[in-house]
Write a protein of this length. Structure first.
Length: 172
């Protein structure tokens, strides 16, 4: 490894240690340059900090910007967060992620799918919900069951329960 990548790893470890100690101001100072260098993990954590007011003043718009940067680079956690933001949109309480984001099921579907295709169980579950109810897509119970099965295989209990309910309802 070269010195630059060693420094990057050392900085990331230092930031995560600060996060664990709940020294969010230090974590922010170390993570921000990494996020600006397009590290998706750092961008996601900076987004979390702004969304929750950890070490910085809470700022949902800035949080969304950081999540979007990470999501555009393929980060499945950030893609899931964007999916939730568009899924719930303006219906969220003030100060919550999604505030100021228009409810848009097609956008939610897009971001959930990108995350779900990378194996993110909660995104798989929510993608199933959109298909089950026909939000942003034609209603398709088979497609819903497909995504819930993938999430259930990862031990996501709500997905397991939904599959059981679908099976029971098909028997009645």
């Amino acid at each position: 490894m070269n010195n630059e990548s060693d420094d990057f790893i050392d900085d990331l470890k230092y930031a995560l240690d600060a996060w664990i100690r709940e020294d969010y101001k230090t974590a922010y100072k170390v993570l921000l340059p990494l996020a600006e260098q397009e590290d998706t993990g750092a961008q996601f954590l900076i987004g979390l900090m702004y969304s929750s007011g950890l070490g910085v003043s809470q700022d949902i718009k800035t949080a969304f910007k950081w999540f979007r940067l990470a999501a555009d680079q393929g980060d499945p956690d950030a893609q899931y967060v964007l999916g939730v933001s568009y899924d719930w949109g303006e219906t969220v309480p003030k100060g919550c992620l999604g505030e100021g984001v228009p409810k848009d099921y097609k956008e939610a579907l897009k971001w959930y799918r990108l995350s779900a295709e990378q194996g993110f169980a909660e995104a798989q579950y929510n993608l199933g919900v959109l298909h089950y109810h026909g939000r942003g897509v034609l209603q398709d119970h088979e497609e819903a069951a497909k995504w819930w099965k993938l999430a259930a295989e990862q031990k996501l209990e709500i997905a397991q329960w939904n599959l059981e309910m679908m099976h029971e309802n098909s028997l009645n």
